[in-house]
Ligand binder design. Structure first.
Ligand SMILES: [Zn+2]
Length: 116
């Protein structure tokens, strides 16, 4: 879960907790508000995504874009991609079970395949 201090506070007082929330907020966000956060000298959203969600790849792509509509499209694409990325990718080599984190897998290995 995203911690409170990791929320994004928009200049109009709205609070964003997830990248998805930002993508939907862009629908109604004014150009003025958007450019308060995204302009040639900074990109608050990209920084937020990079630091809070470790989405460096998406953030780098967002930094190339200064148009609200294009920005939203990139975000939505990024969300789709991260959804497919969430497929459990750590496979136990002993029983074939899948885990979505390294920790999950190593806990499983410790419990299920403990030696002795
Ligand atoms: Zn196993």
């Amino acid at each position: 879960m995203v911690k409170h201090e990791n929320y994004f506070f928009l200049e109009n007082g709205d609070v964003l907790k997830t990248v998805k929330a930002l993508a939907f907020n862009l629908d109604t966000m004014s150009d003025q508000l958007f450019s308060a956060h995204v302009n040639p000298s900074k990109d608050d959203f990209a920084n937020w995504i990079e630091h809070v969600f470790e989405g460096k790849e998406l953030a780098d792509r967002l930094r190339q874009v200064k148009d609200k509509r294009d920005y939203q499209i990139l975000l939505l694409k990024g969300l789709l991609k991260s959804k497919t990325k969430k497929v459990k990718k750590y496979k136990c080599d002993k029983c074939g079970k899948h885990y979505d984190s390294k920790v999950g897998l190593s806990v499983h290995k410790t419990i299920a395949h403990k030696k002795g």
